[in-house]
Design a protein around this ligand. Structure first.
Ligand code: KIV
Ligand code: ZN
Length: 545
């Protein structure tokens, strides 16, 4: 058995399918590019049958990221681009239509095999399931030479039945067999035994790659994935930050760093450039509006912070007393006070290059303007400040409405009042004032009275980028709009409303809050159809090196 673990990233499919994680197609493309740079082997880019927009997003990723001719700055072998399909000809046709443009394309089809799913969801008996799997895998294989099959809810399926279904899938042409613990029910011992049983008892399995796909309902997704790998799986299905349905999927960063840090235990390797992990984690969090908890393993803000006095004392004596990984190995840099008021454009460009951002001259001009503004307010500017600034300036949806001015009055006397001036897509200025329960509420009400896109604010969070009273504040919001459209969940076969995330950074947290809200509103406006495809496509400029 080889010792290479294929990393199959499903942030753009299982991750994006979770409530609140909606990304625009330009953001999906940006994440796909970053995943290719990270070195993932397979990108599950979406569920093309969900809607024409979803199909187009996957097609663009296949064209732009899955093709060697367009790999400037990316690794030489482009990742396999995969599309999910239910076990139906229509879904499989749509998946193929989207992924066929990639140099290496994969169709991933699935059908449930647990008694509860077969009886209540599919209303099919075992014979019918076996027949459908054989028919649909063969159909997919006639289109595409790389076909993955998943028996949904395998974690609660009868293993003897699984051996038969998987054997039929192999006979019909499946090349990867993915074993999902769809509802996060199994324990590591059980899941490891399930994979070992499949490897031992399934006819033809020696010519296929066995894959694992775990959900985190009991907080066991990473442990189960590693148990599956030890039992013989050679592909791990994961998402960044562990986003996904309900409690989420297995986190890419946890599996990769466990294999990396405990190499003598596993004796397995991945193709991941671990130093890009933290940057990608931030990108996904900014785009989805799903905030990473501070204590999250590997990518949480506190994952490498050693605050307790006793820990600091130990750290000073020897770093490895409390640190099992070097922060740099996942891309966390010791925050350096690198630039200040007198630093020039050249110094900024050099530092941004070192951080991995390759800006065009026009983008650099903008970044320099923002840098000077910040340097006027803040004495020394760290790498974290620079990253927040670049993210705020360039990783934003196309601005339908732009913030042109904001003034607030608040405190213990009088009522919190905000006056907001926005520019509409034609450049015309609109000014409104509103009162609210606090300055943010007043600001959002004033923005609402101009934009008029009715929505519910689902989440609002603010955090300081660095320590100190003059720190940049980063705000993340998630909204759900009445007219923002709906998205089809491949597994539950239900439509759910789309939600939109936005983020903003500024030394003034009310300004950061306004920017974050406008970013989310702009996405909602584009999705609700007021702004055309060409405009959608132009939303984000790619700036990561
Ligand atoms: O969790 C699951 O079962 C899935 C399948 C579609 C692989 O996401
Ligand atoms: Zn899943």
């Amino acid at each position: 058995m080889d010792n290479y673990i294929r990393i199959f990233d499903t942030t753009l499919r299982d991750g994006e399918q979770s409530p609140g994680a909606t990304m625009t197609s330009a953001e999906k493309l940006e994440v796909a590019r970053a995943l290719a740079r990270l070195g993932v082997d397979i990108i599950e880019a979406g569920f093309p049958a969900a809607s024409p927009d979803d199909l187009e997003a996957v097609r663009r990723i296949a064209v732009e990221v899955g093709h060697p001719a367009r790999m400037d700055g990316l690794p030489r072998r482009p990742p396999v681009i995969c599309g999910l399909a239910r076990a139906s000809k229509n879904d499989i046709d749509k998946a193929w239509e989207a992924v066929k443009h990639a140099a290496h394309a994969r169709i991933h089809t699935f059908l449930a095999t647990s008694e509860i799913h077969m009886r209540y969801k599919l209303k099919m008996d075992r014979e019918q399931v076996i027949e459908r799997v054989a028919e649909m895998v063969a159909y997919a294989r006639r289109l595409c030479e790389d076909v993955e099959f998943s028996p949904e809810d395998a974690g609660r399926s009868d293993p003897e039945f699984l051996y038969i279904v998987l054997g039929e899938a192999i006979r019909a042409g499946a090349t990867t067999l993915n074993i999902p613990d769809t509802v996060g029910y199994t324990t590591p011992d059980e899941f490891g035994a399930l994979i070992a049983g499949i490897v031992k008892n399934t006819r033809g399995i020696e010519n296929c790659v066995v894959s694992v796909h775990c959900h985190d309902d009991l907080g066991l997704a990473t442990a189960n994935t590693l148990a599956g790998i030890r039992a013989g799986a050679r592909q791990a299905e994961v998402t960044l930050n562990g986003i996904g349905e309900r409690a989420g999927n297995t986190a890419l960063e946890e599996v990769v760093m466990a294999l990396h840090t405990r190499r003598p235990v596993f004796n397995l390797v991945t193709g991941i450039d671990t130093t890009q992990i933290v940057r990608l984690s931030k990108l996904v969090s900014n785009y989805t509006g799903i905030v990473v908890p501070p204590n999250k393993a590997i990518v949480g803000a506190n994952a490498f912070a050693h605050e307790a006095g006793i820990h600091q004392d130990g750290m000073l004596k020897h770093q490895q007393t409390y640190e099992i990984m070097r922060p740099e190995s996942v891309g966390v840099r010791q925050s350096q006070l690198v630039l200040g008021k007198h630093s020039g454009r050249h110094a900024l460009k050099a530092r941004l290059n070192e951080l991995g951002y390759a800006l065009s001259e026009a983008e650099l001009d903008k970044a320099f303007g923002r840098f000077k503004e910040l340097a006027d307010k803040k004495k020394s500017i760290s790498d974290a400040d620079l990253e927040a600034l670049v993210t705020d300036e360039f990783y934003q949806p196309r601005e339908v409405f732009t913030l042109d001015g904001l003034q607030v009055a608040c405190g213990t006397m009088g009522m919190p009042t905000a006056t907001v001036r926005l520019r509409d897509p034609d450049g015309a200025a609109h000014t409104r004032a509103a009162i609210g329960t606090g300055p943010v509420d007043a600001t959002y009400k004033a923005i609402d009275s101009i934009v008029q896109a009715s929505n519910t604010l689902l989440e609002f969070s603010v955090h300081a980028v660095t320590a100190g009273i003059d720190a940049l504040g980063e705000v993340t919001v998630r909204i759900q709009g009445k007219n923002g459209g709906r998205t089809l969940d491949a597994q539950k076969e239900v439509e759910q409303p789309r939600t939109f995330g936005g983020h903003g950074a500024d030394t003034d947290i009310i300004v950061a809050s306004a920017k974050a809200y406008l970013a989310a509103l702009n996405k909602l406006l584009v999705a609700s159809g007021g702004y055309g495809e060409a405009e959608k496509a132009a939303q984000v400029s790619a700036v990561l090196a």
